[in-house]
Design a protein around this ligand. Structure first.
Ligand code: ADP
Ligand code: MG
Length: 503
């Protein structure tokens, strides 16, 4: 079908693009902005899966916090991985410098409250017949898998909370105001749809929830500092990359923090912080300042720092260490970031591990969402060499475009030394169902294609060793990509933002 060329969706596309401009559903490009890559109409998604995935989020939030405080387990699990991966090693070194016995000055206050702005990503799994032939599947623990499986858990720079909220709002507008055009678009794709009613088009509250988390952390810091700090002079820092393309997504959080909570945000890159950030002792606390010691920082929110390119020189690592040592509340702490490593995802799937951190009921609930996750033992490597189509080979990287799929796995695996093997995990390949979709790509190109979707669920968490101050579930992010693409990131250019029409 050449539906795009026939101009079949021209009116709808125009309505969508104008709405996107008017409501900030935009990404930066050279010299300006363009419509965020989106689907023109929502994808049909099973309600039960949606509701189950939403319900898991507070458990994952709690799990991240509990595991982050079990440093000896984290160090043990990441030791070999660090030896094979410099980036993990550098994070471990920061962690050890901050948490080591000698690291804390005598009587110096130490920040043990962490803020999590997490996102857990899932795909529905339709097991192909041939999966039965793969000897080490499914998950090693033997617990039966549910109908959807976790792709990964993001603990740093979980993005698109704002643009996914806007995409849901756009789709709701199109499905009500332009209902006839939307229904005719589904009909042209040959899709039977549920009624386009508000209860089938769930709204997202992600911006509110992430900002509630940041505001709560801000207030908590204010309370901790007591009369020592001048309230007027406190800020949240967004750590962002120079030339950030996804700035609108970040700015919407900044505006919500100001409009609803009267909290000012500063934006800095790790490179500028290397010369701009300082620590000064105030009332026994190592307080973080920027701009010549004039602005006190209550919360550091990282939207960068998750990949090696954020640290081109030692200066950026020094800035990270400085902030980590400071009394500001970090989102995430270096420990939360390490818990988000793919190696830890694999380690948590091991027999009896979840039960150390969660109630038996909670452990069962989230284990059902675990795909088969494997260390690169000889047995796992042999299985992946024999059936590469059933595995994904993953290094310890974030941001899309790093994984190895299919036949490429059989080329990479034999080339790895024992040390290098520890830097990867093998994961059961998830096979989500295909659905015809209309992708609106950068530059306004409309692409009808068979597509695959990934559901993300946001959460915000604030806790310390004694108490959970806040544990919230945010809204959804549905990302959809052509079924010909293995990878799925929006920023990386593989996928677009979608929203679910619940069936
Ligand atoms: P990143 O940290 O780079 O986002 P992910 O683990 O999320 O790494 O993988 C990137 C993309 O690769 C996902 O969005 C998804 O589309 C695809 N992918 C990852 N793991 C699997 C898997 N086990 N089965 C199928 N596709 C996967
Ligand atoms: Mg991902």
């Amino acid at each position: 079908m050449d539906l795009a060329a026939s101009g079949a969706f021209e009116d709808l596309q125009l309505a969508a693009e104008d709405w996107a401009s008017a409501n900030g559903l935009l990404v930066r490009r050279e010299g300006g902005f363009q419509t965020c890559p989106i689907t023109l109409i929502p994808s049909i998604f099973p309600r039960q899966t949606y509701e189950e995935a939403i319900a898991l989020q507070p458990i994952f939030n709690r799990l991240v916090d509990r595991v982050s405080r079990d440093l000896s387990w984290l160090y043990k699990e990441l030791e070999a991985t660090g030896a094979g991966d410099d980036f993990i090693q550098a994070q471990l070194e920061i962690c050890k410098q901050v948490h080591g016995a000698q690291a804390r000055g005598k009587n110096e206050k130490f920040q043990t409250t962490y803020l999590g702005c997490n996102r857990s990503d899932y795909m529905i799994h339709c097991a192909p017949e041939t999966e039965k032939d793969v000897p080490i599947l499914p998950a090693a623990s033997g617990t039966p898998q549910g109908s959807f499986l976790q792709v990964e858990l993001n603990t740093i720079a979980s993005s698109f909370g704002s643009l996914s909220t806007q995409t849901s709002a756009l789709h709701k507008f199109l499905c009500t105001r332009h209902r006839d055009s939307v229904e005719s678009a589904y009909a042209k794709l040959g899709l039977n749809i549920p009624p386009l009613t508000p209860e089938n088009l769930p709204e997202t509250n992600t911006v509110n929830v992430l900002c509630q988390g940041m505001a709560e952390a801000f207030k908590h810091y204010q309370m901790q500092r007591g009369t020592d700090c001048v309230v007027r002079m406190l800020y949240i820092i967004f750590v962002v990359s120079d030339g950030e393309k996804n700035s609108v997504d970040q700015r919407m959080l900044e505006y919500e923090l100001w409009n609803t909570h009267q909290i000012p945000v500063l934006r800095h890159s790790l490179t500028t912080l290397a010369t701009n950030a300082t620590i000064e002792n105030r009332g026994g606390a190592p307080v973080l300042f920027v701009d010549g010691g004039t602005k006190e920082i209550a919360v550091v929110y990282y939207r960068d720092g998750y990949s090696p390119d954020a640290y081109p020189t030692k200066k950026e690592w020094d800035a990270r260490l400085l902030m980590e040592k400071s009394y500001a509340i970090k989102c995430p702490s270096i420990t939360y970031q390490l818990v988000g490593a793919k190696k830890i995802q694999q380690a948590l799937a091991g027999e009896g591990v979840l039960e150390k951190y969660l109630s038996a009921t909670d452990a069962i609930a989230i284990r059902k969402s675990f795909a088969g996750l494997y260390e690169l033992t000889d047995e796992a490597v042999a299985a992946a060499m024999a059936h590469p189509e059933h595995f994904v080979l993953k290094p310890q990287r974030e941001g899309g475009g790093n994984n190895v799929y299919g036949e490429d796995i059989t080329k990479v695996l034999p080339s790895l030394s024992t040390t290098e093997r520890a830097a990867y995990i093998l994961m059961q390949r998830i096979f989500p169902p295909g659905q015809d979709s209309l992708l609106l790509l950068r530059g306004g190109l409309l692409m009808p294609c068979k597509a695959l979707s990934e559901l993300g669920v946001y959460g915000a968490f604030l806790g310390d060793e004694e108490e959970e101050h806040l544990n919230l579930t945010g809204g959804h992010l549905l990302r959809t990509k052509p079924d010909s693409s293995d990878e799925g990131g929006v920023a990386a250019g593989f996928a677009v933002i979608d929203s679910p029409c619940l069936l």
